[in-house]
Design a protein around this ligand. Structure first.
Ligand code: ADP
Ligand code: MG
Length: 261
């Protein structure tokens, strides 16, 4: 493997007495497309939120792009990172959530330009130009002046993707971005992600219940259960000949619920 862009080493995380991640370790290579699958409550969202610095960790270390995320190196040891460091590291990562989280009172265009102007000091005209290119890419340019309430769920999610891309992250995190959508709107969002995967060298981590999409999209699949990785491998192995009983049981349920994988 190349020098990993993400190195998660022995990470633990609890919410009160509930241990959600247990000594979790995995690496992600630059440009890799990784799918995280597993039952509800297995810790998939939590690890993405930790990478986004929306949740803290209780133990272990994480490196992003060669630098400690939650710590700073100091006199040969590690000390907790300060807000300035977290702010800098956050700029490397973009995230799209299950629920669109667009700013409701801003237009589509403003939703995409706001962060570059506020956090990166981009000029208004530059930010607009870049935003329009991104909106073009996700097929939403003609809705630039619309408000989120005027959009379908699939359209909102495509704007949310453009908004995350506007900060030019090296790493994109997608957390079940299609699971709140009506079935007929799922494909338009998956298509955008498919194009991103094909046309950019961004590192992408995807939590999804769309197994057929995960199969096509991912270079590697991690199967989570109970806050640990139970099994990992290339999609052809995980989806067609899973070794672990828990992976087999999970996929059986998915197929019984009517999904192709
Ligand atoms: N902020 C929180 N406070 C308390 N418990 C939480 C919080 N966030 C997540 N959890 C719990 O942590 C576990 C893992 O959640 P999550 O990472 O969302 O799982 P997944 O995304 O795999 O469904 C679940 O039991 C969930 O209820
Ligand atoms: Mg989740």
């Amino acid at each position: 493997m190349l020098q990993p862009i993400i190195e998660i080493d022995g990470v633990s995380k609890s919410f009160g007495a509930l241990e959600v991640l247990k000594d979790l370790s995995f690496n992600v290579a630059p440009g890799e497309k990784l799918a995280l699958i597993g039952p509800s409550g297995s810790g998939k969202t939590t690890i993405l939120r930790i990478l986004m610095t929306l949740e803290t960790i209780n133990g272990g270390t994480i490196k992003v792009d060669g630098e400690q995320l939650w710590h700073r190196e100091h006199e040969g040891g590690l000390i907790p990172a300060d807000e300035r460091h977290l702010h800098k590291m956050r700029a490397k990562i973009g995230m799209v959530f299950q629920l669109f989280n667009l700013f409701p009172h801003k237009t589509v265009l403003e939703n995409v330009t706001l962060a570059p102007i506020l956090t990166k000091g981009a000029g208004r005209e530059d930010a607009k130009r870049s935003a329009m290119t991104l909106l073009e890419m996700v097929g939403m340019a003609e809705k630039a002046d619309a408000k989120p309430a005027q959009l379908s769920g699939g359209q909102k999610q495509r704007v949310a993707i453009a908004r995350a891309l506007a900060l030019q992250p090296k790493i994109m995190l997608f957390d079940e971005v299609t699971s709140a959508l009506d079935p007929e709107l799922v494909e338009e969002v998956l298509n955008v992600m498919r194009r991103l995967a094909e046309e950019t060298d961004m590192t992408m981590l995807l939590v999804t219940h769309e197994m057929s999409f995960a199969h096509d999209f991912a270079d590697r699949v991690l199967f989570f259960d109970g806050g640990r990785i139970v099994e990992e491998g290339p999609p052809d192995d995980i989806f067609t000949q899973p070794k672990e009983e828990r992976t087999q049981a999970f996929l059986k349920k998915i197929i019984a619920a009517g999904q192709r994988i």
